[in-house]
Design a protein around this ligand. Structure first.
Ligand SMILES: [Zn+2]
Length: 310
């Protein structure tokens, strides 16, 4: 096989080639932020990209799909090529709105349908510090095969589990697997600013978020002068939509944290304010909280949110 393409349906008369380059940057960054959690098993996968330009071949006018191409000359990079196509699909599925926004900046509309994050048949597993493609009769690296009968019992168990649920660090990080969640939360609470921001990015994308993680995001993001507002505001808003009871939790937490944290909590409550189950009392309390923030510290966030509420 000489390579594989990943594509999305599009519309509009924009600059598709520029959009393809920009969307590729999103997808690449998405996968590589997870690779940081995965360690050296992913080095080969990142080296595969050296000199590679998946959007280099010009878009054909009139084509209603935009493509990215992952080569495997003489079948030598089959595992890497399939892994990158897999991560592109997952990135687009998880960051659908973000990818659509990036494409629209170049006049290209992504028409969907939104892929499933679990789409595709490929399954991967990490064994012996290497990422393998799981096949029926063995494990495949680039230019490397590991027959199933050479695996230890423990490795056979891990391959069996990966056949059901992909064992790559992107899929494991999104679920998230418990040890990855623990590492991310440790980074969030740690002293390294860059790792804390990265942890917020990961939490924002996980399938499930706990109330404890949401509270940690608000409290860490609220530390005065430590982070850029957007580094935590977006993750808090997106996580709040997936945490049961986030409304009550954030309404209680907002007055306890500093001005930045309070603004972030008020911002995250805004989409929940519109939810059909919200009572009139709850909506009144939210508007009162916004007015209080405006009165107490002239909160810009509260000013614009009140304006949006009309
Ligand atoms: Zn995977």
């Amino acid at each position: 096989m000489g390579g594989i393409g990943f594509s999305i349906s599009i519309d509009g008369d924009g600059d598709v080639d520029t959009a393809r380059v920009a969307v590729w940057e999103e997808m690449r960054t998405f996968a590589q932020w997870f690779h940081v959690l995965g360690g050296k098993a992913y080095d080969e996968l990142d080296h595969y990209l050296d000199g590679l330009e998946p959007a280099a071949e010009p878009h054909r006018a009139g084509d209603r799909r935009m493509y990215w191409w992952f080569p495997s000359p003489a079948g030598s990079c089959l595992r890497s090529m399939l892994a990158w196509a897999h991560w592109c699909a997952v990135a687009v599925a998880v960051d659908w709105e973000r990818v659509g926004y990036v494409a629209r900046r170049h006049g290209v509309t992504i028409t969907g349908p939104r892929p499933e994050a679990t789409a595709g048949d490929e399954r991967f597993v990490v064994l012996r510090d290497r990422l393998w493609l799981v096949e029926d009769d063995g494990l495949r690296g680039d230019n490397l095969l590991l027959p199933l009968d050479e695996l230890t019992e423990e490795e056979t168990g891990r391959v069996g589990a990966a056949r059901k649920r992909c064992g790559c660090v992107v899929c494991a990080g999104l679920r998230p697997d418990p040890e990855i969640l623990a590492a991310v939360l440790a980074d969030l609470h740690g002293a390294d600013d860059g790792r804390a921001v990265q942890a917020a990015w990961h939490l924002e994308r996980m399938d499930s978020v706990t109330p404890e993680a949401l509270e940690a995001l608000v409290r860490v993001g609220a530390q005065p002068g430590r982070f850029h507002y957007d580094d935590f505001s977006h993750p808090i808003t997106r996580c709040a939509g997936r945490v049961p009871g986030a409304w009550t939790q954030l309404m209680a937490l907002a007055p306890e944290v500093g001005h930045d944290g309070r603004d972030m909590a008020l911002q995250a409550l805004f989409p929940l304010y519109r939810a059909p189950q919200r009572t009139e009392d709850e909506r009144d309390a939210y508007r009162a909280a916004l007015r209080a923030a405006l009165a107490e510290y002239r909160s810009d966030t509260a000013f614009y949110l009140l304006k949006d509420l009309g």
